[in-house]
Design a protein around this ligand. Structure first.
Ligand code: XLS
Ligand code: CA
Ligand code: CA
Length: 439
């Protein structure tokens, strides 16, 4: 297997923090124990098929610039097979255990639904074989319900039920593919499930349709033997002006309203949280507090741009907070850390794909080590517990147990007098966090 990436002979190795080899891990040591699990078990990295193998470097001002050897083929199916070979060679050389795909990245759409299904089946059979040979697994699958012109006005939320039916067919087949490949997750990202103007949009009708599609998917998946979790991936805008799955809070409200909480969890993407005007940490914490943090897309945006740049993660604060929240909730049972990131347009060499994933993995490995130490030392949890301690005893405890009325509290407030001012100590805590990051 050295066909497409001859520049990398064996596997990318861990060489330690002092290594100057740019094609080696400095912090990601798959066998290193962190608590009871190895780094590899904690950090279920997944390669995003669409960006890493199907990305072309195109942007709104120019077409593709990457010349990928696996694209040189005489037919779309031959190209899909070459891409699959390239993918498994790359993922194995990176020492990554998982990947994620859309139906349309992995196999080309045919002229009819029947032909499309045949294409998908053939490629999924080949993927199954390659998974067995390499030990690489599927983290999650999904259907691309946004690229084809038929989805211009939405997929499940389209005003035309004939488009809904096309989307249903894709969801069914993508679930089948996920089940066959043993994926533990299935993602719904509502690319065009949103609207541009209310002048022609019945929002309530569209949300009812979306919920209906999700209920149908749950029913079908149960019969198809899916043992994993469905994930919804929030994003506030792009391509729609207003996307329905704005952020973690909005999606939680939607799942609650439509009685979908049991079968779904959230896939939180860093760049989508920031587009929603939140930090990555905020949306992760909202999802985790609700017991609904299922999986992560660990890219990053560019704070000076207002769009979804999907860059590889290099920000140590983001990585520390992500791992801190994941570790505190006891890990991710069905999900993992999907990169969903692409190299820049000007990074067109295949070796750039290695540099980018190495950087992301090292950043999250270091993030895990820092988060683990902070948790063990109770560096932030102790001050946090002390800050809210009043609600664990006496009057505070009674408030939370619903044992006091407003009238009783007024009496107590009069008796106790003006409460003292207590500092939030934000800067002191930031210094503590930095002391762990600086090492
Ligand atoms: C696009 C989304 C997409 C989902 C999967 O912005 O991030 O790639 O993760 O459909
Ligand atoms: Ca994105
Ligand atoms: Ca994503």
């Amino acid at each position: 297997m050295a066909k497409y990436f001859p520049e990398i002979r064996g596997k990318i190795k861990y060489e330690g923090a002092d290594s100057k080899n740019p094609l080696a891990f400095k912090y990601y040591n798959p066998r290193k124990k962190v608590g009871r699990k190895t780094m590899e078990q904690h950090l279920k990295f997944a390669v995003a098929y669409w960006h890493t193998f199907k990305g072309t470097g195109a942007d709104p001002f120019g077409g593709g610039v990457y010349d990928r050897p696996w694209d040189h083929a005489s037919s779309p199916m031959e190209q899909a097979e070459n891409t699959l070979d390239a993918a498994f060679e790359f993922i194995s050389k990176m020492g990554i255990k998982y990947y994620c795909f859309h139906d349309r990245d992995i196999a080309p759409e045919g002229a009819t639904i029947k032909e499309t299904n045949k294409n998908l089946k053939k490629i999924i059979n080949k993927a199954e074989k390659l998974q067995k040979e390499t030990g690489v697994k599927l983290l999650w699958g999904t259907a691309n319900l946004f690229s084809h012109p038929r989805y211009t006005n939405g997929a499940a939320t389209n005003p035309d039920p004939r488009v809904f039916a096309q989307a249903a067919s894709q969801v069914k087949r993508a679930i089948d593919a996920t089940v066959q490949l043993g994926g533990t997750g299935y993602v719904f990202w509502g690319g065009r499930e949103g609207y541009v103007s209310l002048i022609n949009t019945n929002m309530k009708q569209e949300l009812d349709q979306l919920a209906q599609m999700l209920h149908m998917a749950v029913d079908y998946a149960k019969r198809a033997g899916f043992k994993g979790k469905f994930f919804i991936e929030p994003k506030p805008k792009e391509p729609s002006t207003h996307q329905y799955d704005v952020d973690a809070g909005t999606v939680l409200g939607f799942l609650t309203k439509y009685d979908l909480l049991d079968d779904f969890a959230l896939n939180i993407e860093a760049n989508h949280a920031t587009l929603a005007g939140h930090s990555f940490q905020h949306d992760l914490q909202v999802a985790s507090d609700a017991g609904m943090l299922g999986s992560l897309d660990i890219n990053r945006g560019d704070p000076t741009l207002g769009w979804d740049t999907d860059q590889f993660p290099t920000d140590i604060y983001d990585a520390v907070w992500a791992m801190y929240i994941i570790q505190q909730q006891g890990g991710l049972k069905y999900g993992g850390l999907n990169f969903d990131a692409k190299v820049r347009r000007s990074s067109f060499d295949t070796v750039d794909l290695f540099h980018s994933h190495i950087g992301g993995m090292d950043t999250f490995a270091k993030g895990l080590l820092i988060a683990d130490k902070m948790i063990k030392d109770k560096a932030l949890s102790q001050p946090m517990a002390e800050r809210y301690a009043g609600f664990k005893r006496g009057m505070g405890k009674k408030i939370m147990k619903n044992e006091l009325t407003l009238t009783q509290l007024e009496k107590m407030a009069i008796e106790q007098g003006e409460p003292p001012m207590l500092s939030g100590r934000q800067e002191e805590l930031e210094n503590i966090l930095n002391s762990y990051i600086f090492g």
